[in-house]
Design a protein around this ligand. Structure first.
Ligand code: CMX
Length: 133
């Protein structure tokens, strides 16, 4: 398991891309709308990890709700795993609260599942597994 990316909730995706391109001195290499999550994502590579900027595409998006409550900022940490089904089973048996029993399609060719932040010391944790093409 290793950190694949961190997700940052932003109000204005275009402005945030400019900011992070300046900060990391690297261009955004991919943008993708994830319909099922009501988000638009923008990725920047930094070393072996990525920064995922997250903008809401719908007023009901969890990103809007998060920003209304906490303001812009760190939204989640994503750990890449080899076998997401096995990790779901393992973490459930360890007492973690999974937000779904099965992985769903996420951005960047991944299957994803979340742990409730109350399970992991106030941090929303995403598990992701890259889907082999
Ligand atoms: N990080 C840390 N804490 C968070 C949080 C986050 N991202 N989002 C919500 N919380 C906190 C809330 O502040 C609340 O805390 P308190 O009880 O202390 O007030 C608690 O978690 C529960 O909040 P809630 O109001 O009951 O639930 P929400 O409706 O805010 O939903 C969550 C929270 C995590 C269940 C929801 O955001 C979710 O289902 N997330 C998974 C999907 C997702 O985040 N998708 C976007 C990213 C997609 C992608 O990367 O492709």
């Amino acid at each position: 398991m290793y950190i694949d990316h961190i997700g940052i909730a932003v109000k204005d995706l275009e402005a945030a891309i400019e900011t992070y391109e300046k900060l990391l001195q690297t261009p955004c290499y991919k943008r993708e709308v994830v319909e099922s999550q009501n988000v638009e994502t923008a990725f920047l590579q930094t070393g072996e990890s990525k920064v995922e900027l997250l903008g809401a595409t719908d007023p009901e998006s969890v990103i809007n709700k998060f920003i209304e409550k906490k303001g812009e900022g760190m939204h989640h940490v994503a750990f890449e795993v080899d076998d997401i089904q096995a990790e779901i089973k393992r973490l459930k048996s360890e007492g973690f609260t999974l937000l779904s029993d099965s992985p769903k399609p996420g951005a960047d060719q991944k299957q994803i599942v979340f742990l409730h932040p109350k399970s992991s010391n106030g941090v929303l944790v995403e598990l992701c597994q890259t889907v082999k093409q």
